[in-house]
Design a protein around this ligand. Sequence first.
Ligand code: AMP
Ligand code: ZN
Ligand code: FE
Ligand code: FE
Length: 290
Amino acid sequence: MSLSRNSDLHMHSTASDGGYSPTELMEKCHQANLKFVALTDHDTVNGIEEAKQTAHRLGFILIPGIELSTKASGQSVHMLGYGIDWKNDTLKRRLDRQQDIRKQRLEQILLKLKAAGVPLEQDAVLRYADGGAIGRPHVAKALMDKGYVRSVQEAFEHHLAEGRPCYVKRQEYISVEQAIAWIHQAGGVAIVAHPGYYDLDDQLIGWVREYGLDGIEVYHRDHSREVVAHYEQLCKRMEAETGRRLLRTGGSDFHHESYGRTAAPLGTTRIPDQLTYELLHDLERKKTRA
Ligand code: AMP
Ligand code: ZN
Ligand code: FE
Ligand code: FE
């Protein structure tokens, strides 16, 4: 069994709310000596082609990925998709709709910011989004630019985080079931992202049984040792109860050294390559069955 840990299967580029272009991000992965990388931008696959080409040039494997935003029982749940066909027309159409919803939400956030005495022009935010999937970190950067806050973190704490005055729920969310179906229909496997952020452990087994969830992001920069042990155990328990083998994945959720829920350099969170081999093996099997 391979003992090397040169995989990072969760990160964001400027195609969504990351701070580096797909090319720059892949160069950073190369510098960090990563061998297996997945780009998992929020609700978009627009960075994948460029990342794939750069990874190929630099000599490591880029797995096409995505992180879909969903809601379950009122909680924000992210669903990772790996090995998706990023050129699939149905998927692209579905994602375009998600971009429209993100744009509408921005308009509502701007109204709330205005009422809170920290007005922003829409263009100031769009400049940071640069044509990519609009997210709250772009709003945070524009607030920083204006001198309203000193950091992205402060923008979230004062204004944008869930429960803060300028938080806006999207008008529409896809469900966990839909997200899994979209990923499967695009040829990928679906993994629930950072379950340590939610209070939904009891529902996971139902997602495996009823919707075909393929695995769990056991390892994540924000999962403590205890949380990792907890999800390792939960995976085993669910495997015993369902008779299905589950994938375990993980990664840094890197956005930028200076922001992201926790700021850390790329390459700090690495997972065993063995887990990536199992993921790739599953994807290969899916392809031969299709
Ligand atoms: P959105 O897709 O607009 O809901 O924004 C979600 C992104 O905002 C996450 O992927 C993180 O990058 C960032 N984020 C969410 N909550 C926080 C927080 N409390 N502090 C800093 N960044 C956050
Ligand atoms: Zn993000
Ligand atoms: Fe996430
Ligand atoms: Fe993420």
